[in-house]
Design a protein around this ligand. Sequence first.
Ligand SMILES: NC(=O)c1ccc[n+]([C@@H]2O[C@H](COP(=O)([O-])OP(=O)(O)OC[C@H]3O[C@@H](n4cnc5c(N)ncnc54)[C@H](O)[C@@H]3O)[C@@H](O)[C@H]2O)c1
Length: 272
Amino acid sequence: MANLQEMFDVRGKSVIVTGGASGIGRAYAEVMAEHGARVCIFDLNSAQLDAVVAELGRNGAQVWGQAVDVADRLRMAEAFDAVAQRHGRIDVVFANAGIDAGPGFLSTTGARIPDGAIDVLDDHHWDRVIEVNLTSVYTTVKHAARHMKATGGGRIIVTSSIAGQINEAIVGTPYMPAKAGVDHFVRQMAMELGVFGILVNCISPGPFMTNIAGGRLKIPADRKAFEEQSLIGRIGDPEDIKGLALYLASPCSSYVTGSQMVIDGGSMHRIK
Ligand SMILES: NC(=O)c1ccc[n+]([C@@H]2O[C@H](COP(=O)([O-])OP(=O)(O)OC[C@H]3O[C@@H](n4cnc5c(N)ncnc54)[C@H](O)[C@@H]3O)[C@@H](O)[C@H]2O)c1
């Protein structure tokens, strides 16, 4: 790689971002589009999707969207095929859509939260969190692999969480095994797909200011608790994640697979 442009070159790449109408996924879509990729966003929230597609496409960037629930397997297959049809191939897939899991069993002040207790946890809630945060990653990787094998390779980048590696009492219980499962699945997929030229990695964010949990991190008490975990005194802004996304999607990371890349302002070192 001769120069900076070649190292980070994603021009013309065909990219899918699930959950790209907000927060971290929107930042992935934006950085890819800003650097000349052709981006398709999948999102459940079609109003927000239309707004983000219009915003990101303003300066001639190639961005479009499809209203997709990542938990709908049939719809996912169709949506992947539609991207392959329109772009001719699929090069980079961000498996990013995810939801919060409600309150943890402790509040930020250390008080027990009755609704977060395991003995009253709603079974449908458990199922939906696992379906969106874990099973949909399986569905996304499955269709990405189906298309990438046919064209000789690609990049799969999954948004996990530091919750996959450490336990947090203030985060809803189903979120923990979902993200730990994602981490293990990513390593398994890196093992299986490397021979086909498909690199599979995880981005594991700590707290980021997004709309997850109805924007919980915008509530001062919650925000303060998460800020105090960070070694640099602040929570992440979606802008902070763009560099890592571009790195994992570009030639720069051609020897990286099966990795969990933590981006958390050092929070993991402080969480008890
Ligand atoms: N924000 C954080 O602090 C944080 C920390 C660690 C990991 N994460 C992970 O980052 C990812 C993105 O979350 P975010 O914080 O940007 O949240 P967000 O709520 O701002 O954005 C998530 C997007 O995903 C979409 N979405 C949700 N369910 C969907 C479904 N079933 N099908 C299609 N789209 C769906 C939403 O409509 C939304 O546009 C998630 O996987 C989340 O678990 C977030």
